[in-house]
Design a protein around this ligand. Structure first.
Ligand code: IMP
Length: 424
């Protein structure tokens, strides 16, 4: 299950809904830059790191090797869930010993870099995600398994701080970290997280062999992918379906279906090109109605029309076999609705997303207008319950993409969903 736009498509709710049918839920990339807002029995639960399957006592949740883990955040999330009566058994969550750890210096470097960039900043979540992935690639990273081996950890943190403290002091003019303090804090995290840390790829292999139903839960969205997104305004991991394999250690031949979660309109947080953005009162209205404020940072999301150039690109990159269409209810009362079918760039019409961010910022969207609907959708529980124009909106999407809309979401609660086809 992956995001087809810029993240915040409502993946949390869809994954939560389908988790009832899954035996295992796996996070394979990103970190606590993600935020999944779930509504269960009228209660709001926001998860940043722990897979949504944690709300079901029978489900095994996996934080796989491709994730970057902030152990402090993970422990806080665990405690918060326990307080609310969820996550009673440690065995509900396993974490890859190969997953990289977000260190305090990653967070400072992330935040200081953004400060220096000023108006040109990426708009990161400031959680240290980029610097943690950088260290993974430069072979300076600390992995979850290292937290269990104090001598090793000491060596690695000392080596990393040798370089990072220089940067922090002399480039960012912040106080350096005391290696002993960092080591002590992370040894303690290791002690607390020990029951969860294991070889998750091996566990997954055995679960696949045993015929378990496994749901891989993507974070962020395709246009934030480090390779294929609106670079440099992207996150630091591959978020598309292909990374399920690298990020969790399963083979491509074991994947049986790929669903994309797609919001009925577009949003993005952070900076960077967004061709169908509505910088007017309608954009404001969609933001308010759709509660479009970041689950992680609380930032207002930029809102705009549905962009089929983006969606077609996502379908191609991810190989989607189904679309879960979310937040249809937010569009009630807006008519006409616009769907972007192409971009005009220097007088030439294209149906492709330009690689250059400058080009993306200059394109003029070409729209098709379709009729909206006035009826509230919140109580619709079957496709036939939807008003005609809402059905037409769904069918237009199917026609334009050639991919079935397998699920329509009409509100934040689990039951406000029209499941047209099960993925399992
Ligand atoms: P980072 O992932 O914190 O490095 O942020 C890089 C970009 O990705 C910024 O534009 C963030 O706003 C965006 N981003 C990261 N995670 C999410 C998410 O879960 N939803 C939406 N945007 C995200």
């Amino acid at each position: 299950m992956v995001g087809t736009q810029w993240g915040d498509e409502g993946k949390g709710k869809i994954v939560d809904l389908l988790t009832g049918r899954a035996d295992v839920v796996v996070r394979f990339q990103g970190g606590n830059n993600a935020g999944h807002t779930l509504k269960v029995s009228g209660e709001q639960v926001i998860l940043h790191l722990i897979p949504s399957g944690i709300l079901y006592p029978e489900t095994l949740n996996i934080i796989a090797n491709g994730v970057v883990v902030d152990p402090g955040v993970l422990l806080e999330e665990k405690e918060e869930l326990r307080k609310r009566g969820y996550f009673p058994n440690d065995s509900q969550l396993i974490i890859s010993e190969r997953a990289h750890v977000i260190m305090p210096y990653h967070k400072i470097i992330d935040q200081c870099r953004e400060e220096i960039l000023g108006g040109a900043k990426i708009g990161t979540t400031g959680r240290g995600i980029g610097p943690a992935y950088e260290d993974k690639a430069s072979r300076m990273g600390i992995r979850m398994g290292d937290l269990l081996r104090e001598k090793n950890l000491r060596k690695k943190i000392n080596a990393a701080l040798d370089e990072k403290n220089f940067l922090i002091e002399h480039r960012f003019h912040r106080p350096p970290f005391d290696p002993d303090q960092v080591i002590e804090e992370y040894v303690e995290y290791g002690r607390k997280l020990k029951p969860h840390i294991t070889d998750t790829s091996y566990v997954l292999f055995n679960r696949i062999s045993a015929g378990s139903r496994i749901l891989f839960e993507g974070a962020q969205g395709t246009l934030l992918d480090i390779d294929h997104g609106t670079y440099p305004y992207v996150t630091s991991s591959n978020v598309i379906s292909g990374n399920v394999c690298c990020g969790s250690g399963v083979s491509p031949t074991s994947i049986e279906g790929i669903w994309g979660v797609m919001k009925a309109y577009s949003t993005r947080v952070g900076h960077g090109g967004f061709p169908t953005e509505l910088n007017d009162s309608l954009g404001e209205e969609i933001r308010t109605r759709g509660a479009e404020f970041g689950a992680t940072t609380g930032r207002p999301r930029r809102c705009g029309w549905l962009d089929m150039v983006v969606i077609s690109y996502s379908i191609r990159l991810n190989g989607l076999t189904g679309i879960a269409l979310t937040k249809m209810d937010v569009l009630t009362g807006i008519s006409p609705l616009k769907i972007c079918l192409g971009y005009e760039l220097d007088g030439v019409v294209t149906d492709r997303v330009p690689a250059d961010i400058g080009d993306l910022e200059r394109v003029i969207p070409r729209y098709r207008e379709v009729k909206g609907w006035d009826e509230p959708l919140e109580d619709c529980r079957s496709f036939d319950d939807l008003p005609k124009n809402a059905k037409d909106y769904v069918e237009t999407i199917e026609h334009l993409t050639g991919v079935p809309v397998t699920l329509v979401s009409v509100g934040p609660s689990r039951d406000q969903s029209i499941l047209r086809k099960s993925p399992f």
